[in-house]
Design a protein. Structure first.
Length: 159
């Protein structure tokens, strides 16, 4: 039976459900990773990208776009594309230093950006450190969960 130009599995479920998604030759729609991407797109309604470090998918707005530019010596250097509009190939990365280290160790930037040499990641590392220190909340002496000051009375002026 064909539906929308695709050959689908015929069976009792295919006849009952006009929106059956199974295709011939596979057990399910696709691999679980593709299914997760489709579900994320349906739920979020926004573009989804894959982190080159941990290989997990996430919303484009939650990931950094990294591009390669030549440095003064002709070697590639990675820079963060804050506006997400720089020309050329881009790689996407979570705002997590662990993802940066994993991508560097796996040499994922070279593959994703199709580079011949190992790129310098210093600018990306600085950007991540700056983002993490800027978003850090100052510590408070008040337990915000309880609202109690040091002596235990919420209306007390004693500290």
């Amino acid at each position: 039976m064909t539906r929308g130009g695709r050959l689908t599995v015929a069976g009792p479920d295919a006849r009952q459900s006009p929106h059956a998604d199974a295709t011939v030759g596979t057990q399910s729609v696709a691999s679980s990773a593709r299914r997760d991407v489709r579900l994320t797109r349906k739920v979020a309604g926004a573009p989804v990208r894959t982190c080159v470090g941990c290989r997990a998918t996430g919303l484009r707005s939650a990931l950094l776009r990294v591009v390669a530019v030549p440095d003064g010596a002709g070697r590639p250097a990675l820079v963060v594309d804050v506006a997400r509009r720089m020309p050329g190939r881009g790689a996407w990365l979570h705002l997590d230093p662990g993802c940066l280290e994993l991508a560097t160790r796996r040499r994922a930037f070279g593959r994703a950006l199709r580079l011949q040499a190992v790129p310098d990641v210093a600018a990306v590392r600085e950007h991540l450190e700056h983002q993490l220190t800027a978003s850090g909340a100052p510590t408070s002496t008040v337990d915000e969960g309880s609202g109690l000051e040091a002596d235990g009375d919420p209306m007390s002026t004693h500290r």
